[in-house]
Unconditional design. Structure first.
Length: 306
């Protein structure tokens, strides 16, 4: 059973038959089952196909079902396909979204953010939250993927408002056409956000997630700490996780990656404020609900004889 690849740019399936090395770097293909990074290869007697990078997706159901003959003599179509390049490209897109344009040696791509705040702490309403402790807690919370995707979907939908449609000063026929284009772009954006979150919160992506958490941490310290100064120590990792998801939802993945695909310099509105969802209380309830202690089953007690 071949590995099915999903494009991060469109959120759609990416056939290996029409792919080449440029497709690998422009579309950022990932496995549809484990969301691990894929490279393009071919066998001795088979056409090009997608395969996991060595060491990636060891638990993937697709990988376990592929015959060992396929992987016995795989030939990568381009030696430049590397896991490090895949991750660097992903972080470059985040740099473009944060800064509004492509910069040399961006903070994400060079992994400088996590180094800046390594070992730092934040004052909360009932104590001090340490960065390393928050990373451990977020690593636990990220496994609740359904809840994270709900946050991402809420944030992505908030970026598009139907109220602005009535303000378009164009003829009705053009307004309908613009509305159809907007709906199509919104659907593409929501797919991209969904795939980006599945990728960043899956196993083996903790090094990338750490950079996003570090950025949220710095933004909290510089701009938002007075707004959220009532957060408790145990609530702070949840806020970091929600803010990180909001960043992923606000990145115009399709626009940036399409500009890179067409060899144009990407330009977007810089991201500086998190569009936190209105249902933050629900998120806190899901992640922070107290666990009830297990109760022992009560057996039937014999009646006392008089």
């Amino acid at each position: 059973m071949p590995v099915a690849a999903i494009s991060l740019r469109t959120g759609l399936e990416l056939p290996a038959a029409i792919a080449d090395f440029d497709t690998y770097i422009d579309e950022l293909p990932r496995c549809s089952k484990c969301f691990g990074e894929l490279c393009l290869a071919k066998g001795e007697k088979m056409p090009p196909y997608w395969r996991h990078f060595p060491g990636v997706g060891n638990e993937c159901p697709d990988k376990s079902e592929i015959s060992g003959v396929i992987y016995s003599h795989p030939k990568t179509l381009d030696r430049k396909q590397t896991l490090a390049l895949f991750k660097k490209r992903f972080l470059e897109i985040l740099d473009i979204a944060i800064n509004g344009t492509l910069t040399i040696d961006g903070l994400f791509a060079t992994r400088q953010l996590s180094e800046q705040i390594k070992g730092s702490s934040v004052q909360c309403s009932n104590g001090i939250a340490h960065f390393n402790d928050c990373l451990l807690e977020i690593d636990r919370l990220r496994k609740n993927l359904d809840c994270i995707l709900a946050v991402a979907s809420s944030c992505a939908k908030n970026l598009y408002s139907n109220d602005s449609i009535n303000e378009w000063k164009v003829p009705e026929a053009e307004k309908i056409q613009m509305l159809e284009i907007t709906i199509a772009y919104k659907q593409t954006h929501e797919r991209c956000v969904d795939e980006a979150c599945k990728y960043i919160y899956s196993n083996g992506r903790q090094d990338l997630l750490k950079e996003l958490v570090a950025f949220a941490w710095l933004e909290y310290n510089s701009k938002l700490k007075n707004t959220y100064n009532q957060l408790k120590v145990r609530e702070f990792p949840v806020w970091l996780l929600t803010a990180t998801t909001s960043i992923l939802a606000a990145v115009p993945w399709y626009r940036i990656m399409t500009a890179l695909l067409e060899e144009k310099e990407p330009h977007t509105q810089p991201l500086s404020i998190f569009a936190l969802p209105n249902n933050l209380d629900i998120i806190f309830e899901v992640f922070l609900s107290p666990k009830k202690p297990p109760t022992k089953p009560q057996g039937f007690m014999p009646k006392k004889s008089n």
